[in-house]
Ligand binder design. Structure first.
Ligand SMILES: C[S@@+](CC[C@H](N)C(=O)[O-])C[C@H]1O[C@@H](n2cnc3c(N)ncnc32)[C@H](O)[C@@H]1O
Length: 466
């Protein structure tokens, strides 16, 4: 059949891409009678499904199309719970029964390590949530140019879906965000226009500790909250204090940069203090607006427990926590080892880690603000070789240079916490040359209804057969 614009086609989903969308291949004849391959990306579909799609330009090699109709559905397809599912970019897998999502995550980790020559039977089943909703303790909402507040539309960073509900954010956080949205509407304040670089309000950050209940609201705006804005911001604080006594911090964060990030050039404290208290695994943490902290505290606590269980820290031992952030793993481990040094590139996180260790009465820790590579060199020189090393790098992984330094430092046990199975697999491959073996990989689902999966793995030094 010859291609026509806006043509309806039937496609069979072959696999999912790394964003969780279905992929299908269709062979088409062009006007010269030659067969051409068309690769389709079809969001909100599942492997093996047969779907009808309308393709705007079938003569191209790759197109993205939303499904018009699911002709044959996957056995685990389910009705998405959120009214915004079809448009919102937040949860891409709400149409997939939770057990199916978990299986897909386990398979992803297995494939990633298998591709590097490891035995996939070392990967355990992914630990999911009993109740996989309202798990996020931090959300960043965006203002549309008309001042309405919401989340970005899938694949379109210029469109905002108005916030009426969000099934992954903490419930009180959504209620507080709605109060801010109402206030913006009452005062007829305008949102920021990315193209014209004008307008007032950019983002609203809401973070809440599920352990202490304390909440923080941060409004990112292009102007200072004084002059004509003074009365409006006083009223906002009044409304928030009346309705949400658990809000312990209201911040106005000036950001005039072109870059569309939640950053602040000048921070104005509208009410309360500039941080909130949170707790994890029995330890207390101070969180500022820009502090990185695990966003699913229920599952993050499981990660910490598993890491301790696998690492088996001992009082007689020295330990390094590489990429330590504010000390999420350092603090619970420190009480179980002789001495712990944390290494992290962001200075404010290191300051925070030091303060958190002090607040929790820990006196056997040291924290170093350095990039991982130089940090390891410096720590090994002053601290000697650790028996235990934990690393929790960003999605890009630790990289060969860092992994080889770890290999040369020869800790007996390495606990690797990862948010990217692919970089995790390439990183641990480096350790084989240093005499390490992979013992086990435990995936944990920190982000239900998304493609992301976290894992904790144990590697031990076994040396080489003589
Ligand atoms: C996935 S987070 C883990 C943080 C911490 N373990 C936690 O659970 O809260 C990765 C951390 O690595 C830090 N980081 C990124 N690149 C780094 C580098 N080159 N050297 C040291 N730390 C780095 C980031 O600032 C971030 O805090």
């Amino acid at each position: 059949m010859v291609m026509t614009k806006g043509e309806k086609m039937v496609a069979e989903i072959n696999h999912l891409d790394d964003r969780g969308s279905g992929r299908a291949v269709i062979w088409r004849e062009n006007e010269l009678g030659n067969l051409k391959k068309l690769k389709l990306t079809i969001p909100q579909t599942l492997p093996g499904e047969k779907v009808r799609v309308t393709v705007d330009q079938p003569e191209r090699k790759r197109r993205k199309a939303m499904p018009d109709e699911i002709i044959e559905s996957h056995a685990e397809r389910t009705e998405a719970s959120c009214q915004h599912f079809e448009k919102c970019g937040g949860c891409v897998w709400q149409h997939w029964h939770y057990n199916g999502q978990l299986q897909q995550k386990t398979d992803h980790v297995k494939h990633a390590i298998e591709a590097q020559g490891f035995d996939s039977s070392l990967v355990l089943d992914t630990i999911g949530m009993d109740e996989p909703w309202h798990y996020r303790n931090k959300m960043e909402f965006t203002f549309a140019t008309d001042g309405s507040l919401g989340l970005h539309e899938q694949g379109n960073f210029r469109k905002i879906i108005s916030l009426e509900t969000c099934l992954i954010a903490g419930k009180e956080m959504v209620e507080a965000a709605m109060t801010v949205a109402e206030w913006v509407n009452d005062y007829n304040l305008k949102g920021y226009d990315k193209d014209l670089h004008e307008g007032l309000l950019r983002h609203l950050m809401v973070r809440q500790s599920f352990a202490t209940g304390e909440m923080m609201l941060g409004l990112f705006a292009t102007e200072a909250p004084d002059g004509p804005l003074q009365e409006a911001t006083n009223e906002l604080v009044k409304r928030i204090e009346e309705k949400f006594p658990q809000v312990k911090s209201v911040l106005w964060l000036e950001n005039t940069a072109w870059a569309d990030r939640t950053q602040s050039e000048k921070t104005h404290l509208l009410a309360g203090r500039d941080f909130i208290y949170d707790e994890m695994a029995g330890y207390r943490f101070r969180l500022w607006f820009d502090t990185f902290f695990q966003t699913n505290p229920t599952q993050a606590e499981k990660l910490v427990e598993i890491a301790i269980d696998l690492g088996k820290p001992m009082k007689t031992e020295k330990m390094i926590d590489l990429f330590c952030g504010v000390g999420t793993f350092s603090l619970p481990f420190a009480s179980k080892v002789g001495k712990l040094v944390g290494i992290e590139i962001v200075e404010s996180s290191i300051e925070s880690a030091k303060r958190n260790a002090k607040d929790n009465g820990l006196s056997n820790t040291d924290f170093l603000a350095k990039d991982a590579r130089n940090g390891i060199d410096q720590v090994l020189e002053s601290f000697g070789n650790p028996e235990l090393l934990l690393l929790d790098p960003p999605r890009s992984g630790a990289g060969g240079k860092v992994m080889r330094r770890i290999g040369r430092a020869k800790p007996e046990r390495i606990v690797y916490v990862s948010c990217n199975p692919d970089t995790f697999a390439t990183d641990i491959k480096e350790l084989e040359a240093f005499g390490y073996t992979l013992n086990v990989v435990q995936p944990v689902d920190l982000f239900p209804h998304t493609v992301h999966v976290e894992c904790v793995a144990l590697l031990t030094y076994v040396g080489f057969p003589s």
